[in-house]
Design a protein around this ligand. Structure first.
Ligand code: FAD
Length: 319
């Protein structure tokens, strides 16, 4: 069976959930081979994790030589791995997380391998048919790469991780990185402030606030903490400077697909829906019973979030 290369999404060896989702998709297409580009000291731990989700092979590429550079060296690593695998059983596809970095790696790789690229997939079938949700979720596109090795970047929460051990054979790989790829260097990096809350795109529950908060996110954050949820925001809240852009859910923010999404003081504009409409259960609190968000919800509360949320939080905290 042909290999499917999956680029492991991790932060200093802490594997992120989208990796397991990519492995679930990879199993449909062929034999999953996970690619770890990171510190060699983290490799054994990472390999165990991806093995538990079906990785048959784990390529370990020690990043000591390329740390501090931008994405270009990673594209070269994947190119060389794909060419190596091509000479054995072939490569059925290359799956990359649909982050900003992932999409740039995909674009560079597609030129290097002269292969087709599809970005922001929300599903990939066993036949390699890729689904994309476009124009703020108003249209669903299906397409297939017909040239070269399909390179597909997949949005978070597009597949459920599937536990099930693969062989997890570890293979060290040394790539040759060109001088051109080392030209762009990271000059400063600012670590994200630790909030103690789950990452927005990975959280099982997301509690979001919009313009209706009036800038007071305390009720939203109180409910989020009672539920162990991540906090999100509409663009109106972000544009008002109440939350940074990393909190924004929607067309020009993050796409979330949690088990439960609670929208508070958010009207339900199409661009906001684009980032949350695939949530399994949607609850909204809005004082306007005509708000468009109510067309979308499983449960709706017409009321002032500043009274509804503290009451709900108090009730949850009692249990
Ligand atoms: P509003 O639309 O002003 O709604 C506020 C709601 O709060 C109202 O329904 C009101 O009834 C309710 N409310 C007020 N007070 C209370 C209270 N005390 N208790 C309960 N309810 C209350 N938006 C996004 O969110 N994400 C995006 O990624 C995004 N991308 C965009 C991209 C483009 C190209 C464009 C043009 C727009 C984009 N937008 C995006 C903006 C979008 O169109 C809306 O303007 C935005 O989502 C509105 O945010 P909101 O619902 O918080 O504010």
């Amino acid at each position: 069976m042909s290999e499917v290369l999956v680029l492991i999404d991790h932060v200093d060896g802490a594997v992120r959930k989208p990796t397991y989702e990519l492995l679930a998709i990879a199993k449909r297409l062929g034999e999953p081979s996970a690619v770890f580009i990171g510190g060699a000291d983290k490799a054994a731990e990472v390999a165990e994790k991806v093995k538990a989700y079906g990785a048959e092979k784990v390529y370990v590429v020690d990043d000591a030589q390329i740390k501090g550079y931008l994405v270009a060296p990673k594209a070269e690593v994947l190119q060389q791995l794909a060419e190596k695998a091509q000479s054995s059983g072939g490569v059925a596809a290359i799956l990359i997380p649909s982050s900003g970095e992932g999409k740039e790696i995909g674009a560079r790789l597609s030129i290097k391998l002269e292969s087709g690229l599809i970005t922001d997939a929300v599903d990939v079938s066993a036949e390699g048919v890729v689904t994309q949700s476009v124009f703020a979720g108003n249209f669903t596109l299906t397409g297939k790469v017909t040239k070269g090795t399909p390179i597909i970047t997949v949005k978070p929460n597009s597949a459920a991780p599937e536990e099930g051990a693969g062989a997890g054979t570890v293979e060290e790989f040394t790539a040759t990185i060109s001088d051109a790829a080392k030209k762009a260097q990271i000059v400063a990096a600012q670590p994200r402030q630790a909030t103690g809350r789950p990452e927005l795109t990975e959280a099982a529950i997301v509690v979001s606030g919009g313009r209706g908060t009036g800038g007071n996110f305390e009720p939203v954050e109180g409910l989020a903490d009672a539920l162990g949820a991540a906090v999100g925001a509409s663009r109106a809240a972000v544009d008002s400077g109440w939350k940074p852009h990393t909190f924004q859910v929607g067309q020009t923010g993050k796409t979330v697909s949690p088990q439960l999404y609670v929208a508070n003081g958010i009207s339900g504009a199409i661009q906001h829906r684009a980032g949350m409409q695939t949530s399994k259960t949607i609850v909204a609190v809005n004082k306007d019973e005509e708000a468009p968000i109510f067309e979308l919800v499983d449960f709706g509360v017409v009321g002032d979030l500043h009274t509804v949320l503290p009451a709900a939080t108090e009730e949850i905290n009692k249990r």
